[in-house]
Design a protein around this ligand. Structure first.
Ligand code: 5AD
Length: 345
């Protein structure tokens, strides 16, 4: 097993059988070796600095109806909100003062008619904070809309592919969504010269090891600059509310494998992982993640951005908790790197 891991590190490649072996092994010594190598590779490129991104949850209004997601359109138990431009800008201001140099606007997917409003907001952010990277995470849109936002000043875009397998994708999404369109969006984003992030939910209902192998092969081939991976966590008001959560073990194995396949990828230790267990955030970093995304949203709206049950949004998750994050990182020999944190490709 160790030989397999070393080969993956050296060649950045492993065949299907090798990947399956790493995902299923019960040899805890081998999994420890995997994490150790991934950590070494992350440190070789990024040192022991962890990049921070200030996350602003712009809106929980969404036109989509993804079966797993707490803010799906047909969940009538959520109180819908959209921040005003002034609220967003004041979150940015606060984030900037705390030291953040990447601002992330994340939200439910709106129809393209409201793209102009976002473009104006991004333009204003670009004007006020020229030294910040602006990341958008607002779902699927036309090439024209992505282009408009890019021209307004956005640098990066996060759009997880969720699962590469068509049949699996169809079970998790309503009929009007498709895996193929998702991938088309990712290609458009790349053509428009965004730094692109993709990724999956780990342990989503019906996910198999073969699906994960397919996801890894897709990511190796697509070569995203950022890879977001978090465990599936059931949300009680959704059709998948009764399914078991993904595990921290599988999530952190994937961090390590992705780190070895894409050595310079920006990999966040996600909020979903931190939600599973209090040590999740640090476990993610020790498995090769090198980014965290504290929440800058107004605290009175955070509860409404409930993608899944128990979503962490306070303490070290929150921007105000940045000192706590700093001291947690120090316990494992890491620190916050306050720079923009662009991909070192
Ligand atoms: N559990 C974990 N992650 C979820 N997401 C949405 N719903 C859930 C859930 N129930 C993730 C999706 C999406 C990101 C914004 O949140 O992967 O891309």
């Amino acid at each position: 097993m160790e030989t397999l891991i070393d080969r993956l590190e050296q060649t950045r490649h492993l065949d299907e059988r090798g990947l399956r072996a790493l995902l299923t092994t019960t040899d805890t010594g081998a999994v420890e070796h995997l994490h150790r190598r991934a950590r070494a590779v992350a440190q070789a490129h990024y040192g022991t600095g962890i990049y921070v991104r200030g996350l602003i949850e712009l809106t929980n209004v969404c036109r989509n109806d993804c079966l797993y997601c707490g803010i799906r359109r047909s969940n009538h138990h959520v109180e819908r909100y959209t921040l005003t431009a002034e609220q967003v800008l004041s979150c940015c201001e606060q984030g900037y003062r705390l030291g953040f140099r990447t601002l992330v606007l994340q939200g439910g997917e709106w129809s393209d008619d409201r793209a102009g409003w976002i473009a104006d907001l991004v333009g204003e952010m670009r004007r006020r904070w020229p030294d910040c990277a602006i990341t958008l995470s607002l779902g699927e849109h036309s090439r024209e809309v992505y282009s408009l936002w890019r021209d307004s000043g956005a640098d990066r875009y996060l759009l997880r592919h969720e699962t590469h397998n068509r049949a699996h994708y169809s079970r998790l999404h309503p009929a009007e969504m498709s895996r193929d369109h998702r991938l088309q969006c990712l290609r458009w984003l790349r053509e428009l010269d965004y730094q692109v992030g993709t990724g999956i939910m780990v342990g989503s209902p019906w996910q198999t090891v073969d699906h994960l192998v397919e996801d890894l092969q897709f990511m190796a081939e697509f070569g995203p600059q950022m890879v977001g991976l978090g465990p599936f966590i059931a949300q009680h008001d959704t059709p998948l509310g009764g399914y078991p959560n993904g595990t921290a073990d599988m999530t952190t194995r994937l961090y390590s494998i992705v780190r070895l396949m894409l050595p310079t990828a920006l990999i966040p230790s996600t909020t979903a992982l931190a939600t599973l267990s209090p040590e999740g955030r640090l476990q993610g970093i020790l498995a090769g993640a090198n980014v965290v995304m504290p929440n800058l949203s107004p605290s009175d709206q955070r509860a409404n951005y409930a993608l899944y049950d128990g979503k962490a949004s306070t303490g070290a998750e929150a921007a105000e908790g940045i000192r706590r994050l700093e001291s947690q990182l120090a316990t494992i020999g890491y620190h916050i790197d306050w720079s923009r944190g662009d991909h070192r490709g």
